[in-house]
Design a protein around this ligand. Structure first.
Ligand SMILES: [Zn+2]
Ligand SMILES: [Zn+2]
Length: 173
């Protein structure tokens, strides 16, 4: 979304748990997410797994962590808003979000659904969207995400057990 489009719509208020430094302590955090654009869904988060990657993030063990940081990239929630271009979700559906929430969308890797190799790949919990808003993870009450980076969770899934499948659980025995 362009900066102008962002400014035309109010951002989404969110509440979560953030690390302010590498101590490992999380504390309550009020922040804003970008407005729901035409390609986005807004998800009311129901479950979010704890991955060892979150612990690395909080303790500044992988990247230089951008504090404050809201961890969480094994996210399951209910869709509460859809942009007008959204085709994969309807309000009320259950969506899952993993560790990627952005990429350029036009490079060879993105065109082959290999966004994880895109040079502009954006982690769910670290970095900035194109409009300048920070990416904050799933230890929070909601998330605004482009539908491209969310998966539809089929009816009948046990949702607490589904959350880890968005990252580590998929490779665990
Ligand atoms: Zn993970
Ligand atoms: Zn790309």
């Amino acid at each position: 979304m362009t900066k102008a489009a962002f400014e035309a719509k109010p951002p989404v208020n969110a509440y979560g748990w953030a690390a302010r430094d590498s101590s490992g302590v999380l504390s309550p955090f009020h922040f804003t997410r970008r407005a729901n654009s035409d390609d986005d869904i807004t998800v009311k988060i129901l479950y979010c797994g704890i991955c060892h990657g979150d612990i690395h993030l909080v303790k500044n063990k992988i990247w230089p962590t951008l504090y404050p940081t809201v961890p969480g990239h094994e996210i399951v929630g209910q869709v509460i808003r859809t942009g007008k271009n959204v085709t994969k979700f309807r309000v009320g559906d259950i969506a899952g979000v993993g560790c990627i929430v952005g990429s350029c969308g036009s490079c060879d890797n993105c065109k082959q659904d290999l966004e994880n190799y895109c040079p502009k790949m954006l982690w769910t919990f670290q970095g900035q969207h194109e409009d300048g808003t920070r990416a904050f993870g799933g230890y929070s009450d909601n998330m605004v995400v482009e539908e491209r980076y969310a998966v539809l969770i089929p009816n009948g899934f046990a949702l607490a057990g589904t959350a880890p499948l968005l990252c580590a659980g998929i490779t665990a025995p």
